[in-house]
Write a protein that binds this ligand. Structure first.
Ligand SMILES: Cc1cc2nc3c(=O)[nH]c(=O)nc-3n(C[C@H](O)[C@H](O)[C@H](O)COP(=O)(O)OP(=O)(O)OC[C@H]3O[C@@H](n4cnc5c(N)ncnc54)[C@H](O)[C@@H]3O)c2cc1C
Length: 285
């Protein structure tokens, strides 16, 4: 249960996000959305605020916020421009798959860089022939010796696809497996040879955030990028990460509808919580 101190701390965070929105986003949002411009300066500001590490644990350099506080941030941001929430939320879904299911080495290597926004990305599940029924994906990863997998396939509608550098990529490591999910695995795929952005997808709204088709053509990924280090767990891992996205998408929608913000007058300078922040504004890890 939240104490008055927790709520005070949460309000300080929302206030600083609100001030950022007033100063850095509101004056530009119409032009950026209308012209479908990726908001580079605003992304830099969101990095400085710590939003790319909002739900990542403090032990890995994130803010370690609770789902409840994070959802309020998503709603507050979405009252001004929902696309911004999509940029960091897709990234944090990818981060959640590593934090929840990754090996200790994967957590140590990637989470601090995800938290600062130095390395950003999203989740690559959907394919041209398959969205809801993820077990029908056709992208394959074939093991080549002990060191690498070779990935072939196409992903579409991938948020942050153009400006992100790394994606939690759902593939079939055993296309013949029954049940089908036992043959599915999740990799951390960083852009490199064999991994190309084939096109930007145009949208009627929700612009600013880049949606792209990604093509993998004999793309080699080191075996240590298999999330959790074992094949056959990819679907559960992807769905586990999506838990964060599903709950916050609802808050994004209510923010976008223009629900009144719960903000009070500004008092804090950064979203980064103070050392004295008490436990329940942090999420339980
Ligand atoms: C702006 C945007 C951003 C996106 N970002 C990402 C991203 O970052 N990463 C990613 O992987 N994907 C992303 N997607 C893709 C999104 O996840 C898919 O569009 C979604 O999963 C639905 O897939 P689909 O479009 O193929 O629809 P379909 O799977 O064809 O479904 C169409 C309709 O049929 C219904 N339906 C499907 N199967 C059944 C069934 N068996 N029984 C009853 N009803 C059924 C569905 O509920 C839906 O209403 C994004 C899409 C958009 C538009």
């Amino acid at each position: 249960m939240s104490t008055p101190a927790d709520l005070e701390q949460e309000q300080l965070i929302l206030d600083s996000v609100g001030r950022f929105l007033d100063r850095e986003v509101k004056p530009h949002v119409h032009a950026l959305e209308h012209d479908d411009i990726w908001p580079e300066d605003i992304v830099e500001g969101m990095k400085a605020l710590g939003l790319f590490g909002a739900t990542i644990g403090a032990d890995h350099g994130g803010l370690g916020l609770s789902a409840s506080t994070y959802a309020k941030i998503v709603e507050t941001v979405s009252t001004v421009w929902m696309s911004l929430a999509g940029i960091f939320n897709s990234h944090l879904i990818m981060a959640a798959t590593v934090e929840r299911f990754g090996t200790p080495a994967q957590k140590e290597s990637f989470l601090p860089r995800f938290a600062t926004g130095e390395l950003r990305g999203g989740l690559a599940l959907t394919e041209p022939d398959c969205g809801t029924d993820l077990q029908a994906i056709r992208t394959t990863a074939r093991r080549d010796g002990n060191l690498d997998y070779v990935i072939n396939g196409t992903k579409t509608w991938i948020s942050n696809g153009i400006h992100g550098q790394i994606f939690a990529l759902l593939v079939k490591t055993d296309p013949a497996a029954e049940p089908r999910h036992r043959g599915m695995s999740l990799f951390l795929a960083e852009k490199g040879p064999g991994f190309t952005v084939s096109k930007k997808l145009e949208k009627l709204g929700y612009k600013g955030i880049d949606s792209a088709e990604l093509v993998f053509s004999d793309y080699r990924v080191p075996a240590d990028r298999l999330i959790g280090g074992a094949e056959g767990r990819g679907l559960q891992q992807a769905l586990g990460g999506l838990e964060l996205g599903r709950s916050t998408s609802r808050r994004a929608a209510s923010g976008w509808r223009g629900r009144p913000s719960t903000r009070r007058s500004p008092t804090a300078r950064s979203a980064r919580p103070s050392a004295s922040r008490s436990a329940s504004t942090r999420r339980s890890s």
